[in-house]
Design a protein around this ligand. Structure first.
Ligand SMILES: Cc1cc2nc3c(=O)[nH]c(=O)nc-3n(C[C@H](O)[C@H](O)[C@H](O)COP(=O)(O)OP(=O)(O)OC[C@H]3O[C@@H](n4cnc5c(N)ncnc54)[C@H](O)[C@@H]3O)c2cc1C
Length: 316
């Protein structure tokens, strides 16, 4: 293969920038090209962000735009036909995974989602994904191209040297597919929390004794300008918080700058969802709780004493 042509896209501009950095690190040779998609209605600063991340080409899309996985798949389908990339990188968000499935189905392309690491080796794509509830890493080989790979947010590479020139081309968003007609979009009960996007998260587990005590955790979250997350039992069993807050294997995967885990034991199914947090602080009354194995800062204590003290210390 003479050089890679890698097309990068996510509905989140910051994730597209991470994909561009990753693509540049995967294919550093001069003959390779990293292309990034700027969807309709994107923040005006996105083009600069993608150029700074090392994109060689920016594909600026305008026109009527559904702004959902159907629209993403239709747009990527058109760009794959026009640009003939060797590899398509998409952010492995909920919407991204749906778009990848639709794109792969429509164009009969090999696709994988939830990828944590990626290597290119003489035309073959090797991907790593978590397996067995995060206890093992599966390495898989894709030998047919173009391949579509959805990379988990938080998987990035350092800033590469900027491309010598950045080409810009304009495209019109394709019509939404007619196979499927959206009849209605109904918001989920429990609000519009998108915990994957939170920069700070205060997560509460079964260390909390009763629902009324959630006020303590919410006060701490407010003082840190953080969102409240929870373990599965609090959402799925107790129903104290909606599913939007649930973090882990069967919940949401998060990658905040700060993750504060309170009264959380650290079961592997929970760790899978928060492992890529930048700084982890754990508070647990059991000094041997497994969550401490992931923590940068450890507080052994009773949350009913420590949390009010933290709120007091953080309140001006
Ligand atoms: C297929 C499958 C999928 C799953 N998916 C998920 C998932 O996505 N997300 C998830 O979270 N779980 C998931 N689970 C459940 C998971 O295995 C654990 O049961 C769960 O994460 C435990 O939640 P917890 O830490 O809140 O509770 P516990 O394990 O009961 O831990 C409570 C912790 O609180 C501490 N504590 C108690 N009182 C205090 C106090 N006063 N002050 C400080 N600390 C205190 C205790 O020492 C303990 O460590 C899944 C399980 C299965 C089988």
């Amino acid at each position: 293969m003479s050089g890679e042509e890698i097309l990068c896209y996510s509905e989140e501009g910051a994730i597209t920038a991470d994909l561009v950095r990753l693509a540049r690190s995967l294919a550093p040779e001069a003959g390779s090209r990293v292309r990034a998609v700027v969807p309709p209605g994107a923040d005006p600063s996105l083009s600069d962000l993608l150029a700074k991340a090392g994109a060689h080409s920016l594909h600026l899309v305008s026109g009527k735009w559904g702004g959902d996985a159907l629209a993403d798949a239709a747009l990527l389908g058109r760009l794959v036909r026009e640009l003939r990339p060797t590899l398509v990188l998409v952010g492995s968000t909920k919407r991204g995974r749906e778009a990848v499935g639709r794109l792969a189905g429509a164009l009969d392309l090999p696709a994988v989602t939830g990828v944590t690491a990626l290597h290119l080796n003489e035309g073959t794509v090797l991907v790593e994904r978590e397996a067995l509830s995060g206890n093992a890493v599966a390495t898989e080989r894709i030998s047919r191209r173009p391949a579509v790979v959805a990379v988990l947010p938080g998987t990035s590479a350092p800033d590469p040297p900027p491309a010598p020139t950045v080409d810009r081309s304009e495209h019109v968003a394709p019509e939404a597919p007619t196979l499927l007609e959206r009849v209605e979009v109904r918001g989920k009960a429990g609000g519009q929390l998108e915990i994957e996007k939170a920069e700070r998260i205060v997560t509460i587990g079964r260390g909390l004794k009763k629902k009324e005590d959630l006020g303590l955790i919410e006060a701490l979250a407010r003082s840190l300008q953080a969102e409240v997350g929870c373990t599965r039992p609090l959402a799925a069993e107790a129903g104290w918080l909606s599913d939007d807050h649930w973090i882990g294997l069967t919940g949401h995967r998060v990658h905040p700058k700060l993750y504060l885990a309170i009264g959380v034991s650290g079961a592997v199914q929970h760790l899978v969802g928060m492992r890529s947090s930048r700084v982890v602080v754990a508070l647990n009354k059991d000094a041997n709780a497994p969550i401490f194995s992931q923590a940068d800062y450890k507080i052994v204590g009773d949350l009913y004493q420590v949390v009010p003290a933290l709120v007091k210390a953080l309140t001006p």
